[in-house]
Design a protein around this ligand. Sequence first.
Ligand code: 5AD
Ligand code: FES
Length: 366
Amino acid sequence: MSFENLTVATIESWLREEDHARLQLLWDAADAARKAHVGEAVHLRGLIEISSYCCRLCGYCGLRADNRGLERYRMTRDEILNCAREAREFGYGTVVMQAGEDYGLTQAFITDLIHAIKEETGLAVTLSLGERPNEDFIAWRRAGADRYLLRFETSDPRLYAMIHPPGPGRTISDRLAMLERLRGFGYEIGSGVMVGIPGQSYAMLARDLATFRNLDLDMIGVGPYISHPATPLGQACGTAAPGCQSGATGEDACPTLAPGDQVPNSELMTYKTVALTRLVRPDANIPSTTALATLNLAQGREFGLQRGANIVMPNLTPPEYRKLYEIYPAKACIAETGRECHSCMGARIRRIGREVGRGPGGRKKP
Ligand code: 5AD
Ligand code: FES
């Protein structure tokens, strides 16, 4: 069976595959491609959730501006630098600074932080701060930021528009164009989608995977959509089930799909997506995501690593903030501190016979 040059139709039929013996072929092919292209090392990216403020209204995200039930925080320069120091101490190659779209994080504040982190630790710096103006992207790249993460969430324009109202004073965003611009500014670019968004069909998810290939992404994160009760999507739809027909009406309703077309937001569907992601973009860096681990605390992270992924992102956010960064409920990670999360991840990697990566672990372009 060939997994090269998968067409959208073939990708869709793999997404619908339920036969265990055939799925084993998919897992094996993804694992072999991972091994051949990025090797045995699992790279660790230290995640710092630097602010939970957000000016946007993504339909699925618990950080959305109008979620008044959430206490917000913004970390100080010293707090963030301390996390970066911890990342260096633990031997990570990269820190990822993530936040809601928060203009309280000014261009100058982030620029200064990048300078300080680079000077003190020399670590690779990845930013995941939402849809900022070009001037910010350019300034941060000049300051030394290496990578930018911005998931496009779905390549279907109608579904995208439904769950991503424009920012204040703006028109609907074009994240694919934004990613191309980021690449033009010199960043390695990362993106990805959620699996099982209410209204997401198999054909849409198959096109998402083809888009990964066409964009030539350096990093691709995919995780299951997890319903959050304080969001419109969480209230309208609950958990997307196969053939989800939410019954919601009005402009914000999830588009009703034909029975059997709705992608389930399941663990198995996420593994299929991770494996196919590896096969369409063999040399990309692909994390085994926290959202996936949330669906199977005992083994989700490990299965992800055995079905195509080669990255994990241990959380360095201080415990008092971490519980407030509630993108979705019950985020995996029983560890309280960065140190606990670090040793848990290391043990999980070694238990499945892989090695912990050293160095920045950027994409090795052929
Ligand atoms: N369930 C799963 N993933 C989510 N994200 C945001 N909200 C949810 C949710 N309810 C993901 C998005 C975003 C990333 C930071 O977290 O894909 O890009
Ligand atoms: Fe802010 Fe989604 S609503 S990141």
